[in-house]
Design a protein around this ligand. Structure first.
Ligand SMILES: NC(=O)C1=CN([C@@H]2O[C@H](COP(=O)(O)OP(=O)(O)OC[C@H]3O[C@@H](n4cnc5c(N)ncnc54)[C@H](OP(=O)(O)O)[C@@H]3O)[C@@H](O)[C@H]2O)C=CC1
Ligand SMILES: O=C(O)[C@@H]1CCC=N1
Length: 258
């Protein structure tokens, strides 16, 4: 598959590198206006250009990883050159209806919501598409399955998926940062604290994904009666640990919905 990514920033580069490293038989082009910082992508076989239309006619899919306010400018530039080509948008908050309206209803459209762990083959990429575009969308689902997981979801949950799956990377990193800071306070140097905190989160996530159980079942295996885990957990909950996460996630969702 030939993949043309417009918007070689944080997400666009992650997807490009993920495709280059974790998928087979795909070619990637990435564009942005100032390409100096992404020239290194050519070392991975990725074509880099400051021209959004560079080789675009050969592409099987055009992926948009630009900000919402950049969409109209990019469409004005490219649409006439790619009639009927599949457009996959990772633009947050841009619904399939609006995407179809902006493309005059004449392009197959797919909404994708990856996260920046695509670069490491570990993205949770939620995908939705109109039923009429299923045939065109399925190869894109396959592509993102190579970059982690790629559940097809109801479009009405795409904003929620943005928060849980894409913003979620930042929330998880903040948890790790806090653990690291605590680790320093209780005696570790920062690098060791970070390594322990990050590996512990990775291990916890792996157990959940492989055992497919409720987190509390695993927590039960850690919390020795009258032990140190349960007192720490309860102290965190008294201070609003779960509650603040839930509130934060709902606030992020409100921001997307406007
Ligand atoms: N970052 C993330 O974790 C995630 C982001 N998203 C969504 O992806 C989109 C991009 O986010 P993110 O990667 O963080 O943003 P960035 O600002 O890092 O990337 C956007 C890129 O678009 C380029 N760009 C701007 N205008 C044009 C243009 N006219 N033609 C071509 N390229 C252009 C910019 O480069 P230049 O100025 O050089 O052109 C920039 O590199 C947003 O809609 C965001 O909501 C979704 C999921 C996760
Ligand atoms: O913060 C943002 O708006 C984007 C969307 C999801 C992740 N980053």
């Amino acid at each position: 598959m030939k993949v043309h990514i417009i918007g070689g920033g944080n997400l666009g580069v992650s997807i490009a590198l993920g495709i280059a490293k974790f998928s087979k038989n795909n070619q990637v082009t990435v564009t942005r206006r100032n390409i100096a910082s992404i020239q290194y992508l050519s070392e991975y076989g990725i074509t880099v250009s400051s021209d959004n239309k560079h080789n675009i006619q050969e592409a099987d899919v055009v992926i948009l990883t630009i900000k919402p306010y950049q969409v109209d400018t990019v469409f004005a530039e490219i649409l006439s050159a790619i009639p009927g080509k599949t457009i996959a948008s990772a633009v947050s908050g841009l619904s399939l209806d609006v995407l179809q309206e902006k493309t005059n209803g004449t392009f197959p459209v797919v909404r994708i919501m990856p996260n920046i762990a695509a670069q490491f083959g570990e993205s949770a990429t939620c995908i939705s598409f109109p039923e009429k575009d299923r045939e065109k969308a399925l190869p894109i689902v396959d592509l993102f399955q190579d970059l982690g997981t790629a559940p097809v979801i109801d479009e009405k949950l795409m904003d929620a998926a943005t928060v849980l799956g894409a913003c979620g990377t930042a929330y998880a990193l903040r948890y790790i940062r806090a653990s690291m800071q605590a680790g320093i306070e209780i005696g570790f140097d920062s690098q060791t604290a970070l390594a322990i905190a990050a590996q512990t989160v990775k291990g916890a996530a792996k157990m959940l994904l492989e055992e497919k159980v409720h987190p509390e079942q695993l927590i039960d295996r850690v919390t020795t009666p009258q032990g140190c885990t349960i007192v720490g957990l309860n102290e965190m909950e008294h201070n609003g640990f779960s509650s603040s996460l839930i509130k934060g996630i709902k606030t992020s969702l409100k921001q997307i919905k406007g």
